[in-house]
Design a binder for this molecule. Structure first.
Ligand SMILES: Cc1cc2nc3c(=O)[nH]c(=O)nc-3n(C[C@H](O)[C@H](O)[C@H](O)COP(=O)(O)OP(=O)(O)OC[C@H]3O[C@@H](n4cnc5c(N)ncnc54)[C@H](O)[C@@H]3O)c2cc1C
Length: 547
């Protein structure tokens, strides 16, 4: 490497993806410099409202889950989704989702039976990001460079040199690192420089999002219905979504424009649309906190890497965030990448291990993008019954039937077990496949499996500990009682690969083999009986990217 590097990894962008990259690298003893144009703790737009279970599991590993779960809506505020004729109108149906204070004990709701130590959490990005930013600022080996702009990079055999400048006037200067991650969002300069192109469906729908402050709205809602985190509203005047941001009267209102309006989105009367969604008259007043007009898309980069430079999060994929899998998919990308980089920088993996990033993540992001788009297209044609707002039996019948329909359509996106746990890596160079076929998955449905590439099914040990809390930073053998792992352990030690074993008295049926080898990100990479020494050696060589 020419000269001393400023860090092992340079991260462009301190959104949720860049910040989690820094935190995860720090947990692995890898240094990182994060370059961000926004000031430290400068709030992002009021966007993402949902931290998925799998992201919460990663936050738990990093020791942040409890702080995140305590933030956002009050602990007793229901995280339900209610379907109504308007925010203050008639309730049609509801998906129950526990308040954060009851999250580990509640038994009512479609996601309360999930096999996980960390169920999802509904929290706006404006609460999440400051937690991540403060943690990153305090993390060993992490340097945050706020009010700093990344311009370009040059890479050579040993590393990457990035050109940056201080927004407050300093001339351009350079930073040197072994690797660079572009987590610089949808307009990513890093993506452009590595020559990646986005393709897919550039325009699905135009959306006006407005964050409003209106504490007196709660007083206009029926006292018989509990509060909710999300409200989907349907009436012939306007279809929209409303999210409670803080539980005290700040709401995010999404106005979905029709295909006819898409030709001239600027002509849509924002205030009238908000009033139709809220179900309030002209004399009702609210304060606009912020507004953002955006286009729902489905776009995916053709490559996630060029040499030592990688892209992650919105930099490599953009899609309508139905099922809450925009940010969460980006976090899954980057934590896959930082595990690989950690292995490489620690020295036990070969450079080739980095090929796994695109091989594993790109097919998954493609799948998620289609799930999200397909849901958007179903929602875009809600087929409102004519009698939806009528009084009397006909109206009651129409509301009942429509309430069931929208509930059933949307439950899978708000309890997306499939998106969280169902995907599998089926073409990775660092997984030893054995001919088993991974079960299929849908947005809402997941079948536990130990086929290599799948998520190791969660289990609790006799003392109640979560298996996931016991996974080593490298690999963990989940073993039936008496399974022999000495040979596997010795071959790992010889190569400096972090390895541990967890013996389980009664393995669930999905664990079909005496030994299931699991990566720290919960991916099954091999399963079988005790290997011989040559078999163990060959396995570790494959896993560390040497084959
Ligand atoms: C209305 C809305 C609702 C959403 N809801 C959800 C949801 O419920 N669930 C979900 O998972 N996702 C949701 N999303 C998507 C989610 O907000 C994004 O996927 C997420 O913010 C992406 O994170 P990121 O870190 O990749 O990018 P960003 O959050 O865009 O962060 C990129 C960062 O890079 C910085 N940057 C860019 N260029 C440079 C440069 N040249 N130099 C220095 N810094 C730079 C930017 O300032 C920014 O801070 C929603 C999005 C919208 C618009």
């Amino acid at each position: 490497m020419t000269g001393m590097p400023d860090a092992d990894v340079l991260i462009i962008g301190a959104g949720p993806v860049g910040l989690l990259a820094a935190l995860d690298l720090s947990s692995r003893g890898v240094s990182a410099v994060v370059v961000e144009t926004r000031d430290f703790l400068e709030p992002p737009n009021v966007k993402c409202n949902h931290v998925a279970s799998r992201t919460m599991e990663s936050l738990r590993r990093l020791g942040i889950a409890a702080e995140v779960r305590a933030a956002g809506l009050p602990a007793d505020y229901p995280q339900d989704v209610a379907f109504r004729t308007s925010l203050t109108g008639i309730e049609l149906s509801r998906i129950p989702i526990p308040a954060s204070g009851e999250r580990y004990t509640a038994t009512v709701g479609p996601d309360t039976t999930w096999a996980t130590p960390e169920p999802p959490h509904r929290i706006n990005q404006t609460f999440l990001e400051p937690i991540l930013a403060r943690r990153a600022a305090a993390a060993p080996g992490v340097t945050l460079l706020n009010r700093t702009r990344f311009h370009s990079f040059a890479q050579d055999e040993d590393g990457v040199t990035a050109t940056i400048s201080d927004l407050d006037g300093e001339d351009e200067r350079t930073l040197r690192a072994r690797y660079l991650i572009g987590a610089d969002g949808g307009r990513s300069a890093v993506r452009k420089q590595i020559g990646a192109t986005l393709s897919g469906d550039p325009v699905l729908q135009h959306v006006q999002s407005t964050c409003i402050r209106a504490p007196h709205l709660y007083g206009l809602m029926s006292a018989e219905e509990p509060r909710a985190w999300g409200y989907y509203t349907f009436n012939p005047r306007r279809v929209g979504h409303v999210y409670a941001i803080d539980g005290t009267g700040t709401f995010l209102v999404h106005t979905y424009l029709s295909p006819e309006e898409a030709d001239d989105p600027g002509s849509v009367d924002r205030d009238a649309a908000i009033r139709a969604i809220l179900g309030v008259e002209e004399d009702f007043s609210y304060e606009v906190v912020s507004k953002e007009d955006w286009v729902a898309r489905r776009l995916l980069a053709d490559r996630f890497r060029d040499g030592r430079v990688f892209i992650a999060g919105d930099a490599c994929h953009l899609w309508v965030p139905f099922a809450g899998f925009g940010m969460n998919a980006g976090i899954a990308d980057v934590l896959n990448l930082t595990w690989l980089l950690g292995a490489r920088i620690a020295g036990w993996a070969e450079e080739r291990i980095l090929v796994a990033y695109q091989a594993e993540r790109r097919p998954i992001t493609e799948q998620v993008s289609h799930f999200a788009m397909s849901h958007q297209q179903k929602l875009a044609k809600p087929g409102l019954p004519a009698a939806l707002e009528e009084e009397g039996a006909e109206g009651d019948d129409a509301r009942r039937a429509f309430g069931v329909a929208v509930h059933d359509l949307n439950e899978p996106q708000f309890a997306a077990a499939g998106l969280n746990y169902g995907y599998s890596y089926d073409a990775s160079p660092i997984i030893r496949y054995d001919g088993g076929t991974a079960p299929g998955y849908t947005m809402g449905a997941y079948t536990p499996s130990t086929v290599p590439g799948c998520r190791a099914p969660h289990l609790r040990l006799e003392d109640g500990a979560s298996l996931y809390d016991l996974l080593s930073p490298g690999y963990t053998a989940v073993c039936a009682r008496g399974a022999q792992v000495d040979v596997l352990a010795a071959a790992a030690e010889l190569r400096g690969i972090p390895f541990s074993a967890v013996e389980v008295a009664r393995l669930p049926a999905e664990y079909e083999h005496p030994i299931t080898l699991v990566r720290q990100d919960q991916t099954v990479v091999w399963r079988g009986a005790a290997p011989t020494a040559p078999e163990a050696a060959a396995l570790w060589e494959l896993l560390r990217g040497a084959v």
